[in-house]
Design a protein. Structure first.
Lengths: 304, 543
């Protein structure tokens, strides 16, 4: 039986069951109804590792979703400012600089790394908040930060999420293609586990959407394991890795393409697929999942 | 279920039978309902005497709800023979005659019923008058030349029949009232003089108010309000009401089909002007198909138009109605695009079956990669021994809904074939030419075996004798045992070689047979259709 393991991305989410349904529904809108095709699926849910309580699943699912999801007041989460190592400081400061983050709310408008791109049509404040969420969540995962989302519940963020991911990968049915579909920071989690955790089982294919894996600071934190010339997870990804991006999705904007950064024996093998999501908020999972080009590729991966 | 047990009407056996029929109707199990109704009609015919049974009225209404008009007519006829004074049986008989297009016979039955019930059964009288209005309406709409005075008279008679009943009790007879409105508007468009009725806008406003003041709101109220809004020219409001109507939990396939017919035939809304007119029709069509065991007949022109709906219009619809309505219509339009890859296979004017395009490599055929036609071996074969099949030399393959218009071609050669018995009954042919702009169908990932009851399948084919129309049918998956699958379809036995598709419009199988088939699991037979799994075909080719 073909099987999909989903891994969600940054920011707070609805409860696990509701999020899983939303993800299935998102693909269905793009023309791929996984249950109707006989494909089973599970969701690696980790929003509770960083957040006190799930987001209201009945909140409106329009553009304002982005704001409710990001939450945390108008300014977004605090940028980490106490560091255990020089490396940690370099990561946070380097990424904050790259994302043009500043504590000053009157900071100038964000300018994309590629000047050929138009200015991103989202209010500056919202961009700031999103970048802060990305920075905070990526930091907590990549530095295995200790976090207490609810009084009395403490996690080592990376340790806990790795454990959950490994459980999901190991419990997939043995027969039929197994594809991991990971969005946003979920793609970093997928890569980290598949390439850097010794017990990780092999899967058939990897599909990443709106991935920040192209960012240098993120790649630096995936060593040992990652090198530019041979970073493809050859042991655990049997066939293909397809990476879908929107060129002006804020999260993958800095370096949306992965084929040049995750080579196999020097060869570019990751398939980068560019799509154009509607509206100003380009990072949402629903918009990626509703792309017929993406669902067609996923169906191909599940047929192999 | 054994539907052929002896049946007598003088006791519990008949009650149990009617109860089983009720269950089949509730489950929308059309084949079972059909068989049970036929057995009930036989029993009624052979009963020495029939006391008016309170169970028969609901059964007739249930058969109507499932649009099983043949079964309804048969049972009503048997009932009338046994107890001529049962008004509902006579009315449903008249209704079935209308559905069969036998308008003159229907008019005789309904006129006699109207006279007989004028004093004793006012409700039945009103219903009979409404159906008389419907007979005249159909006669006008079907007229080869509607400018002939005798057809224009039918239009006037229709308005008269509907309006007369409406006028007696407007609040109770809104259905008749809104039909009168629709026909008055139609008469105005067709420049047919109809005198002596109130102003159309005033009538529409009255009907809209009355329909929306009902509490609770029934599906008919919403359908009436929608028509009244169309009559007022407020198409956005009509679209919103249409959406509430299709989403109402009590709306069934019979109602939707009737409303759709009214919107197309009387209101003339089915024109591709890209506005709310077309959207109302597409919304009704999409939900009729999406409804459990619904089915549609669509002309090639409608298929082309729907499949090419512009994005801007889709977004407008999403803005007016929200995401959910947009999703159903998007899905429906993808189905229309799928129909473009479906072709009729024929010799001369003799239709043999249906076929569809797929990519050769998706079926495991060797290079070159190219679109190929998939159909049954009993439709197309190079072997003369296969009964009823056409030779490639004589077969014509016609894509009725190709984007640039009807496209006919021939068969170059048969690349693979497996006989009907024993075998998978499949032929794969390379065609001389391919219709431009048609995307071959993709295979399903797999068939869900865990929970067949939750799976819905769609077949697209050219029904026998169905002219140019496509039939898109919703099926219930019954059972799967490689290499075949069984499913049930609402109206007919399907067309040989039709694609059997899942909800994503990807190919699960090829339809090859229908009727009373041996069960795949357990003993006995059941009414079912049989298809061959596309994966089994690919497996055979690879072997």
């Amino acid at each position: 039986m073909p099987h999909v393991t989903f891994i969600h991305g940054i920011a707070n989410k609805p409860p696990a069951g509701a999020l899983h349904d939303l993800w299935l529904r998102g693909l269905s809108l793009g023309g791929l109804n996984l249950p109707g095709q006989g494909v089973t699926s599970t969701m690696v849910y980790w929003a509770d590792v960083l957040h006190a309580a799930p987001r209201d699943p009945f909140a409106p699912t329009d553009e304002s979703l982005s704001e409710t999801e990001l939450g945390e007041g108008t300014h977004g989460p605090e940028i980490p400012h106490e560091f255990d190592s020089a490396e940690e400081r370099a990561f946070v400061e380097g990424l904050a600089a790259k994302l043009a983050l500043a504590d000053d709310e009157d900071a100038p408008a964000f300018v994309p790394a590629d000047p050929a791109l138009e200015r991103i049509p989202i209010p500056w404040l919202l961009k700031q908040r999103m970048m802060r969420v990305l920075l905070r969540d990526a930091h907590h995962y990549l530095f295995d930060a200790e976090h207490e989302p609810r009084p009395g519940t403490r996690y080592r963020v990376q340790t806990e999420i790795r454990r959950r991911t490994l459980d999901a990968l190991q419990s997939a049915p043995a027969s039929g293609p197994h594809v991991v579909v990971a969005h946003s920071l979920g793609s970093v989690i997928a890569y980290d586990v598949l390439q850097r955790v010794a017990d990780a089982p092999a899967i058939d294919a990897l599909l990443t959407l709106g991935s920040p894996l192209g960012i240098d600071e993120v790649q630096d934190r995936l060593q040992p394991g990652w090198t530019r010339a041979d970073g493809f997870p050859t042991r655990t990804v049997r066939t293909r890795w397809v990476n879908v991006f929107d060129p002006i999705d804020l999260v993958c904007l800095l370096d949306p393409r992965l084929s040049n950064d995750f080579r196999r024996d020097g060869a570019a093998v990751v398939e980068d697929l560019s799509v154009t999501n509607a509206g100003s908020w380009r990072h949402s999972y629903e918009k990626y999942a509703g792309q017929p080009a993406l669902t067609a590729r996923l169906a191909d991966l599940l047929r192999d | 279920m054994d539907t052929h047990a002896p049946l007598t009407l003088d006791g519990r056996v008949a009650d149990a039978h009617v109860a089983r029929l009720d269950v089949a109707i509730e489950a929308l199990d059309r084949p079972a309902a059909y068989d049970l109704a036929a057995a009930l009609a036989d029993a009624v015919r052979s009963a020495p005497a029939l006391h008016p049974s309170p169970g028969l009225g609901p059964v007739l209404r249930g058969l109507r709800r499932l649009r099983l008009f043949d079964a309804m007519r048969d049972l009503a006829e048997a009932t009338i023979e046994a107890t001529p004074d049962l008004p509902e049986a006579r009315r449903q008989y008249g209704q079935a005659l209308i559905e069969a297009g036998e308008l003159t016979a229907a008019l005789s039955v309904l006129q006699a019923l109207a006279v007989d019930t004028a004093r004793s059964h006012p409700d039945e009288h009103a219903q009979a008058q409404g159906l008389i209005g419907r007979v005249h309406k159909q006669a006008y709409l079907a007229a080869p030349d509607p400018t002939l005075p005798r057809y224009q008279d039918r239009l006037r008679q229709s308005v008269g029949a509907y309006f007369g009943i409406y006028q007696q009790a407007p609040q109770q007879h809104q259905w008749q009232g809104v039909n009168a409105l629709a026909l008055l508007c139609r008469a105005n468009r067709d420049a047919v003089a109809v005198e002596g009725y109130p102003d159309r806008a005033a009538l529409a406003a009255d009907l809209l108010d009355a329909a929306l003041s009902s509490d609770p709101t029934a599906p008919w109220d919403l359908a009436t309000a929608m028509e009244a809004a169309v009559g007022l020219g407020d198409l956005d409001r009509a679209l919103g009401l249409a959406y509430r109507y299709v989403r109402h939990p009590a709306t069934d396939a019979f109602m939707l089909a009737g409303t759709l017919r009214q919107m197309i035939e009387v209101w003339d809304l089915d024109r591709d002007d890209g506005g709310p007119r077309q959207e109302i029709v597409d919304l009704l069509r999409a939900h009729l198909l999406d409804m459990e065991r619904g089915g549609l007949q669509i002309s090639p022109a409608e298929t082309q138009e729907g499949a090419h709906a512009p994005d801007a219009e889709d977004r407008r619809l999403e803005a007016v109605l929200g995401r959910d309505a947009y999703v159903t219509i998007e899905w429906y339009r993808r189905g229309l695009t799928t129909a473009q890859a479906v072709a009729k296979v024929r010799v001369g004017t003799d239709p043999l079956g249906t076929g569809f395009l797929m990519w050769s490599d998706a079926l495991g055929l060797p290079a070159p990669r190219r679109p190929v036609l998939v159909t049954n071996n009993h439709v197309l074969s190079e072997r003369t021994a296969v009964a009823h099949s056409a030779s490639p030399d004589y077969a014509e393959v016609v894509f009725e809904a190709a984007p640039d218009g009807r496209f006919a071609t021939g068969v170059e050669h048969v690349a693979f074939e497996d006989p009907p018995s024993p075998g998978l009954d499949v032929s794969i042919a390379v065609l001389h030419d391919l219709p431009p702009g048609v995307e071959p169908l993709r295979p399903a990932i797999t068939v869900p075996l865990n929970d067949p009851a939750a799976v819905r399948l769609y077949s697209i084919g050219h029904p026998r004798g169905g002219g140019l129309a496509f039939s898109i049918q919703d099926n219930l998956l019954l059972d799967v045992r490689a290499p075949v699958l069984h499913y049930r379809t609402p109206t007919d036995k399907g067309s040989s070689g039709s694609p059997v598709l899942n909800h994503d419009w990807t190919v699960v199988g090829i339809h090859r047979a229908g009727g009373r088939l041996r069960r795949l699991t357990g003993d006995g037979h059941y009414p079912a259709n049989e298809g061959v799994l596309i994966q089994a075909v690919a497996g055979l080719i690879a072997a």
